[in-house]
Design a protein around this ligand. Structure first.
Ligand SMILES: C[S@@+](CC[C@H](N)C(=O)[O-])C[C@H]1O[C@@H](n2cnc3c(N)ncnc32)[C@H](O)[C@@H]1O
Length: 204
């Protein structure tokens, strides 16, 4: 566990409301559409770095129930659990640094919005790639929303990596085929725009 990083995120989720952070989304439509497009029956889904996203709630509403939430921040996890109320038992809750995530479980759908792009060091990026290669089932899907080449240089005070289609495709190409890629302008609660690149891969 990277404790400085954990402290950074704990402070944010302790001090700010869900709609006081730049990545806040009222709707999670793009992610839902990509998840539904997989057409996998009753898939095991993980939302990596779920923060206080409404994604899992929205997935439960449309019938998904094999769900895992992972985040480095315990505070984000507890607040998300509370938000789901009686439905929180449909989710497996994991408080962990994704780079330390060790499990024998295989997920059919791995969703990551605005988490992967915080990895800056080559060995951390490689480790993340190794983890997804190991923990996604054969034929499973990897969905990543990261800042595009036109996106911000920083998020929540931290430097980020920005991705083009070519660069992100190359990182995962050994094990994954890119089946969809699109840019999306996220409008923050402060009325600024952040350009994301969404990449949808399938494990070969
Ligand atoms: C910009 S927020 C995005 C949150 C959520 N995915 C969303 O779209 O609303 C980044 C999230 O990733 C989490 N995070 C950052 N680094 C992480 C790591 N190494 N392992 C696990 N979670 C991490 C943070 O706590 C935070 O909740």
């Amino acid at each position: 566990m990277n404790y400085n990083l954990k402290l950074h995120w704990e402070k944010i989720y302790d001090e700010k409301n869900e709609d006081e952070v730049s990545w806040f989304q009222k709707e999670t439509n793009e992610s839902i559409k990509m998840i539904q497009s997989t057409e996998i029956e009753n898939p095991k889904i993980i939302d990596v770095g779920g923060g206080r996203s409404k994604l899992l709630k929205n997935l439960i509403e449309i019938g998904y129930n094999r769900l895992t939430y992972l985040d480095i921040s315990k505070s984000a996890l507890e607040k998300s659990k509370k938000f789901l109320g009686g439905q929180s038992n449909k989710v497996r809750w994991i408080n962990e640094d994704i780079l330390n995530f060790k499990t024998d479980e295989r997920f059919d759908i791995w969703h990551d919005r605005a988490v992967f792009h915080f990895l800056k060091e080559e060995n951390h990026i490689k480790k993340y790639v190794d983890i997804v290669e190991k923990n996604i089932s054969d034929g499973g899907h990897l969905i990543i929303g990261a800042f595009s080449e036109n996106g911000p240089l920083k998020c929540s005070g931290l430097d980020v990596s920005r991705y083009s289609k070519k660069v992100i495709e190359k990182l995962f190409i050994k094990t994954f085929k890119l089946i969809d890629s699109f840019h999306f302008d996220h409008i923050t609660p402060f009325n600024t725009t952040q350009n994301f690149l969404f990449s949808h891969f399938v494990k070969r």
